[in-house]
Design a protein around this ligand. Structure first.
Ligand SMILES: [Cu+2]
Length: 456
């Protein structure tokens, strides 16, 4: 048996080390999650108390307490992840899902993480943002040898600083992160009253390049990804964040894509209260409705959810709120394509000309190749929501129970509070100085050249 003393003089001092045969016999269980649905927060069964987080379309990894040490077991392995209903992806992840489970500990906890590699190539785990001994930092070649297929390594350190962190491999990173290997890490403050909120949501921003009709991401893609996801889910596959009116809400997002994401909340203003470097002093906070999260960064935002409704929450890069089928499609606004559909149909059976009055496809249902998602698809109470990708809603409702995260359905707007068609007399609409007067029937006919090919 590995006792604490031999552990400290062995693995802990030289860095992350391979688990011996004797040690392997006593590995903690490695729980597996098969569902992509948001799991309820995991209340700590032992150890110091804390207020658990809710991982959007994810879960928290249970641990085993052994001689005062929190022991976790991560298994790096190929997984099948449902990106949204109708599309699954062959990814790499941890314990049955991508992203891996969230790890929650308390400031001052001694933590031991066993990592078993069931991938076909070596890996490692880097604990992004943590203060720890250099040999536990998980950089293959620099601070440890790679964990070869079939091997288990152990990492052990004290979670020194409360805050928001991530984990991901530092081994063949471009491939392994493009395949979905990443997870969230929360170190809660020792005092549960410190930075306390009513609801605390976490998720990672990630991106994949999966050709329609295929299942595995193209790992050599550098910038032109076609699926932009919250925790490896694309809208309408992303669950809503359900909160009670007047709750203080925290949302923590980490960016492990290859580009920045300006994350925008409707109907409220928030403050950035934390980064992966720690908590932001109250005097250094300012109100925002959008915060840019750069590559490798994490932001915690906080607000009082005082406005009931279904509020959009999304990346403000519009190409990041659409799914795979929207890419590489030419702009057709203003193009008269009478006859074009027939010609294209001879080449591509089932082709539909899209968007001669704009790009909206929210109302369209078109036949798709196997295993992909239409560009924008969610159905709302008023019709199609022209959104996909990095989009969801914050649903603010009166009088929910403290731990109630169930989707309450669509918001029922009070009478007279919804934008509506106007059929009465119109006020004058002045034109910009010098603008030619509109031609009565051609005002909508905008001609644009170029296409929707985009740079990220
Ligand atoms: Cu984005």
């Amino acid at each position: 048996m590995t006792n604490r003393r031999s552990f400290l003089t062995g693995a802990a001092l030289i860095g992350a080390g391979m688990v011996t045969k004797a040690g392997a016999a006593s590995l903690p269980e490695a729980p597996v999650q098969s569902s992509a649905a948001t799991q309820p927060p995991l209340s700590p069964p032992n150890g110091r108390p804390y207020n658990p987080v809710v991982t959007l379309n994810g879960w928290t990894l249970p641990w085993r307490m052994k001689d005062g040490v929190k022991e976790f077991h991560l298994v790096a392995e190929p997984v099948v992840r449902e990106i949204a209903p109708g599309m699954t992806a062959n990814l790499w992840g941890y314990n049955g899902q991508s992203p891996g489970p969230t790890i929650e500990v308390v400031e001052g906890d001694r933590v031991r993480i066993f990592v078993t590699n069931k991938l076909p190539e070596h890996t490692s785990v880097h604990w992004h943002g943590q203060r720890l001994p250099n040999g536990m930092d998980g950089v293959t070649g620099l601070t440890q040898p790679g964990i070869e297929p079939g091997k288990t390594f152990v990492y052990e350190f004290v979670a020194k600083n409360a805050g928001t962190f991530m984990y991901h491999p530092h081994a063949d990173e471009m491939a392994q992160m493009a395949m979905g290997m990443m997870g969230f890490w929360i170190t809660h403050p020792k005092d549960p009253a410190l930075h306390a909120v009513d609801r605390d949501f976490v998720f990672l921003l990630n991106a994949y390049d999966i050709d329609p009709g295929s299942y595995t991401p193209k790992i050599n893609t550098m910038t032109d990804f076609n699926l932009w996801t919250f925790n490896s889910r694309a809208f309408p596959g992303v669950d809503p964040m359900v909160v009670r009116r007047n709750d203080r809400v925290r949302i923590r997002a980490g960016n492990l894509t290859m580009t920045n994401h300006p994350i925008h909340l409707h109907g409220h203003s928030f403050e950035v209260t934390g980064t992966d470097g720690g908590w932001v002093r109250p005097s250094a906070r300012w109100p925002e409705v959008t915060t840019d999260i750069a590559v490798g960064q994490m932001r915690a935002i906080e607000f009082i959810a005082d406005e009931p409704g279904d509020w959009a929450f999304h990346c403000h890069k519009s190409h990041h709120t659409m799914n795979a089928m929207g890419h590489q499609v030419p702009t057709m606004i203003g193009v008269d394509h009478a006859g074009v559909a027939q010609k294209i149909n001879n080449l591509v059976p089932g082709y539909m000309v899209m968007g001669d009055k704009g790009g909206s496809m929210g109302e369209m249902k078109m036949p798709l190749p196997e295993n992909t998602l239409p560009m924008m698809t969610g159905d709302g109470p008023f019709g199609g929501i022209d959104m996909g990708g990095m989009f969801t809603t914050v649903k603010v409702r009166e009088g929910l129970a403290r731990n109630d995260y169930k989707d309450p359905g669509w918001y029922r707007h009070p009478k007279g509070t919804v934008a509506r068609e106007w059929t009465g007399e119109l006020p004058p609409s002045p034109r910009a100085p010098g603008a030619p007067p509109p031609k009565p029937d051609e005002a909508m006919n905008i001609k644009r050249d170029g296409d929707m090919h985009h740079q990220h």
